[in-house]
Design a protein around this ligand. Structure first.
Ligand SMILES: Cc1cc2nc3c(=O)[nH]c(=O)nc-3n(C[C@H](O)[C@H](O)[C@H](O)COP(=O)(O)OP(=O)(O)OC[C@H]3O[C@@H](n4cnc5c(N)ncnc54)[C@H](O)[C@@H]3O)c2cc1C
Length: 487
């Protein structure tokens, strides 16, 4: 790198001039807002943020970063709590200007630019009576969520988001702009479906839309904590009772907004009429929830219902594990006890949640773990901790607690990573069952095997082919050879 840091980025600004791009350095207007992330602990002071306006900017920026040996990251919706979308001193390729969604009603396809969030997609698709599998909090990014797999309330019917991905337009580490699909760069398309963030900058996702003419029955129920074992009893019938059209994300919190005391919560979903939904969830509704806003609503509003529990700001970790049904109510009560003790003992944590995401696994498991890079398909569900705090001094303690609790919660299912981040003890390469960890809920230091299981070797081969300098891995997760970029 020659010249001062600002000289270098001034050169980049000149190279990109006229394209609608914004090149922000720390004293630029808009810089401070550009480095904000969903979790404050992922906010890092980049040397430069390039808010690109299209693939050509991405390609030029990538080549500039490469030529000058500048480490970089890509920012989609900014929700990952692993820190992988932010960087200290390096460069951020920020996709937040790429928010256009275009629907082809005849082909039933949805083209979503690389920086769109799920609200953009849900709302635009609905104008044409369509829907696809999107995240359950609609301000999360289509980018990170899709590239890592993607679960949503329509997964019971249509599988993961990647199972509905028809193709992507991507700027490769070489700077080349290509389409990857089942027929073009099929090997890359395999890798993108589950490990996409390691292979380039996806500037457009082409998703299958599905007719969604009917409203859905959905909403949040809150119960007093003494109802926990009855809620678990209800959930234990879910495996066999659901027909792919229902889902329930249930768990507990000390005080989720706007509630001021401990509750058991259940966000329920039925893709059908209110009458059918009330019949399916009748035993749960009979437990006399203290709050119940379940109603018949247009599908495009479903993924906004949990937004209040997932606002931007504050330090947060979104951690993951897996559980099977039936689950023992006493076991869940013990997990809750541990969670509540920890939350009570630390300031500013009362809004934290633990959520058992009971989205039917059957449709997801119709695709094999080797059919795409995604390796978390099996007869189980994801469980998540969403821990919230304020004091940076608590970072290590909270992360360690989250891992420990999830390891306990995941007992009996595949392979949660060890609490020190090292590889799990079970031989995940042999697992036909799925790894038991959703990569999008994993922290940065979780080893590749814990996320990609038996797919690691093929992914490493494809990294050698498409990203030989390992530009898209700031850790060494999938590095086939030593990392070339200084961090
Ligand atoms: C409140 C909340 C709710 C969630 N709900 C769900 C859910 O319902 N279902 C689910 O499956 N997951 C869910 N998640 C997890 C979610 O999938 C991840 O947090 C995901 O990383 C979010 O993507 P993003 O684009 O917002 O994040 P970012 O932090 O911007 O990106 C995450 C990673 O993807 C990379 N990336 C993003 N976009 C691109 C792109 N276009 N090209 C190349 N690389 C890119 C980034 O570099 C980074 O490594 C949730 C997370 C949160 C915080």
């Amino acid at each position: 790198m020659v010249g001062t840091v600002s000289d270098v980025y001034e050169t980049l600004r000149q190279q990109l001039r006229g394209s609608g791009v914004e090149v922000l350095i720390p004293d630029s207007e808009g810089y401070e807002a550009s480095i904000k992330r969903w979790s404050d602990h992922c906010e890092k002071r980049a040397a430069c943020v390039v808010r690109v306006s299209g693939p050509q900017d991405v390609s030029r920026t990538l080549q500039f970063a490469k030529a000058n040996g500048i480490p970089f990251v890509v920012r989609g919706g900014g929700h990952s709590t692993s820190g992988s979308a932010s960087i200290e001193d390096g460069l951020v390729i920020d996709l937040s200007k790429l928010r256009k969604v275009t629907v082809d009603p005849e082909a039933r396809t949805i083209r979503a630019e690389g920086g769109t969030n799920w609200e953009d997609v849900d709302v635009e698709a609905a104008k044409y009576g369509l829907a696809t599998v999107g995240g359950t909090v609609n301000h999360t990014g289509v980018g990170g969520l899709t590239l890592g797999g993607g679960y949503g309330y329509l997964s019971g019917k249509y599988g993961l988001t990647i199972d509905n991905l028809l193709g992507v337009e991507i700027v490769l580490p070489s700077g080349e702009f290509v389409t990857a699909s089942r027929t073009q760069h099929a090997d890359l398309f395999w890798a993108i479906r589950g490990a996409g963030q390691h292979f380039g900058v996806t500037t457009c996702f082409i998703l299958q839309g599905h007719p969604q003419p009917n409203p859905v029955y959905s909403g949040l129920l809150l119960f007093t904590p003494d109802k926990l074992s009855q809620v678990v009893d209800f959930v234990n019938k879910f495996d066999t009772a659901n027909d792919g059209n229902q889902a329930i994300a249930w768990g507990f919190s000390d005080a989720p907004p706007p509630v001021s005391g401990p509750v058991v919560l259940a966000h329920i979903f039925h893709n059908g009429t209110q009458e059918e939904g009330e019949a399916f969830f009748a035993d749960l509704l009979a437990l006399e929830p203290i709050a119940n806003d379940a109603a018949s609503i247009p599908y495009e509003r479903v993924n906004s219902q949990l937004n209040d529990t997932a606002k931007w700001g504050g330090r947060k970790v979104f951690g993951g594990g897996a559980f099977k049904l039936p689950i023992d109510a006493g076991f869940v009560a013990a997990l809750r006890g541990e969670f509540m003790d920890f939350v009570a003992a630390h300031d500013g944590m009362r809004e934290s949640l633990m959520l058992f995401e009971t989205i039917p696994w059957q449709k997801i498991a119709e695709v094999g773990n080797a059919d795409t890079a995604f390796s978390n398909r099996g007869e189980y569900y994801n469980v998540a901790t969403v821990l919230k705090w304020h004091d940076p001094k608590l970072d290590d303690e909270v992360l360690a607690f989250s891992r420990g609790l999830l390891k306990k919660a995941s007992a009996g299912v595949a392979v949660p990573p060890n609490t020190d981040g090292s590889a799990a003890s079970k031989d995940v390469h042999q697992s036909q069952e799925g790894v038991g960890l959703y990569g999008n809920y994993a922290e940065a230091d979780v080893p590749a095997e814990a996320i990609y299981g038996g797919n690691v070797k093929r992914l490493q081969e494809l990294k050698s082919k498409y990203d030989p300098d390992n530009l898209f891995d700031r850790g060494t997760r999938l590095a086939a050879r030593p990392v070339n970029v200084v961090n």
